[in-house]
Design a protein around this ligand. Structure first.
Ligand code: SF4
Ligand code: SF4
Length: 477
């Protein structure tokens, strides 16, 4: 297996070249360590107290603009995710479908309605298995006929007179899911929050702690008004939300201020919290931690937090204002094996191989392709795999992932301890689990699988996978 001069693969080499450890190397001034506030110029930046990584990656596409991908001749549309409830197909092989037409009706928790993203004919039904082992059927749609939405002036619907139930119904009907994470239907998340009955805040998570979040960044810039209005709609839909907090990485202060200015159009209190950009700042635990500190220092009592990302907000906006399901996804296509990395706006269902082809193809045969980020990613099993609602990045590596390399012994360098944001001792946990071949010991449950420890381990030990009880876990750094 090809290896670098030190025996490390290219993802790890890139990460190790660029990673700087811990807050001390980045924080110009600590106002008070307990408060986790960093002062940068005249900005107060809220950050978590320990561990984490700051890194860059030259193989990430530039964040200046998005490139609109060609419309796909064939789209692959999985009918359901195979994870919880069921999705009942509403069309058969040979039938015509329209752009945005409902073709799968969700039933049960965890599943969202499925829509055709291009007009065409259902060519085949194929068994589909995703890279997490979930299986379901997928429809292969061959594009033909005219587009009902693309290039046309769409009817705009007002939501001013709608109550939370109307809005939740529309968000569910048009198949909006949490676009940056779990893929859980957004209406389910919103309704669970409303049923919990506590007043709270919507947190729009614009935290770019990983350069592979380039697609969300470009979306925020290009669809700022949609993100903000989608946030206002979500506040109404959840019933109990009293304010919006834009949690924005401090380097993107101008983006946060533009969001705040745009939010002034809506009769909802809005705030800007500048947060750190050290990975994993966007994790729920780290984000809540800094927002509670922000709450203490800057006033607004936040209550319960409903945390959603900008792509979800834009999808809520499309569903409510235009009765349009998610048809496109901003996705970063890059990695050392890709000729021209770029952020693309592509139809959901387009095959990943076509995205790579539109980026000029590969400079050499890639050894490993994955989606997500090099720190937390999932292998792509074949290039026919479709772009999904939750896929924000796909990347191709020239060398194999570190998990495929032989492990070496722990050299006791302690780097894993330095970077763990939870304050765990990954080395000890790993050794304890391996020695007794047992269930993870106490403390391991605190691990949220950020992958920081694994990214810095010079012995390439699968630390976070083992600690979380998943030794074959997909980690790429
Ligand atoms: S994966 Fe777990 S043990 Fe490793 S750094 Fe993250 S929280 Fe700590
Ligand atoms: S980083 Fe790896 S080699 Fe260093 S102490 Fe932790 S487990 Fe051992």
């Amino acid at each position: 297996m090809p290896r670098g001069p030190t025996g490390e693969d290219d993802a790890r080499l890139a990460a190790r070249r660029l990673i700087t450890l811990g807050p001390a190397t980045r924080a110009p001034l600590y106002i008070g360590k307990k408060n986790f506030i960093v002062k940068i110029g005249r900005m107060k930046v809220y950050t978590f107290p320990r561990g984490g990584l700051s890194f860059d990656d030259p193989a990430v596409p530039p964040k200046d603009f998005s490139v609109v991908a060609f419309l796909p001749v064939l789209t692959v549309v999985p009918i359901g995710s195979g994870t919880g409830g069921r999705v009942y197909p509403l069309v058969n092989v040979g039938e015509r479908v329209k752009e945005g037409m409902l073709i799968g009706r969700a039933s049960g928790p965890g599943e969202a309605n499925v829509h055709a993203t291009v007009p065409g004919r259902v060519a085949r039904k194929i068994p589909w298995k995703d890279n997490e082992g979930n299986s379901c059927n997928a429809l292969l749609i061959r594009m033909e006929g005219s587009f009902d939405r693309l290039g046309r002036r769409e009817e705009v619907f007002s939501w001013s007179g709608m109550n939370c139930y109307d809005l939740q119904r529309i968000i569910a009907e048009y198949g909006v899911v949490e676009m940056e994470g779990s893929g859980i239907p957004a209406a389910e998340i919103i309704s669970a929050f409303r049923r919990a009955g506590e007043a709270g805040s919507l947190v729009v998570r614009c935290v770019f702690d990983d350069p592979w979040l380039a697609a969300d960044y470009v979306l925020c810039r290009e669809r700022l008004a949609a993100v903000v209005e989608g946030s206002a709609i979500t506040v109404r839909a959840a019933g109990k939300l009293e304010r919006i907090v834009f949690a924005v990485s401090h380097q993107e202060r101008d983006l946060g201020e533009a969001m705040l200015a745009e939010a002034a159009r809506w009769d909802i209190p809005a705030f800007l919290a500048l947060v750190g950009s050290r990975y994993p700042q966007r994790n729920r635990r780290e984000l809540e931690l800094v927002l509670r500190n922000y709450e203490k220092k800057e006033g607004p009592a936040l209550g319960s937090l409903l945390i959603l990302g900008p792509a979800t907000m834009a999808a809520v906006y499309d569903a409510v204002k235009f009765k349009r399901p998610p048809l496109d996804r901003y996705v970063a296509v890059g990695g050392p094996a890709v000729k021209t990395p770029q952020v693309m706006k592509a139809r959901i269902g387009k095959q990943l191989g076509e995205l790579f082809a539109e980026c000029g193809g590969f400079v050499a045969p890639p050894k490993h392709i994955a989606k997500g980020t090099p720190l937390l990613g999932r292998a792509v099993l074949n290039l026919n795999e479709p772009l999904t609602k939750t896929c924000f990045a796909v990347f191709a590596m020239l060398k194999a992932r570190s998990a495929d390399h032989p492990e070496r012994n722990c050299i006791g360098c302690g780097e894993c301890r330095n970077v763990c944001p939870v304050g765990l001792d990954p080395e000890e946990l790993y050794k304890a689990i391996n020695a007794f071949n047992s269930a993870p010991p106490e403390g391991a449950a605190e691990c949220h699988g950020c992958g920081c420890c694994e990214a810095v381990c010079p012995s390439q030990l699968p630390l976070s996978g083992v600690i979380r009880g998943n030794p074959q876990g997909e980690r790429y750094a």
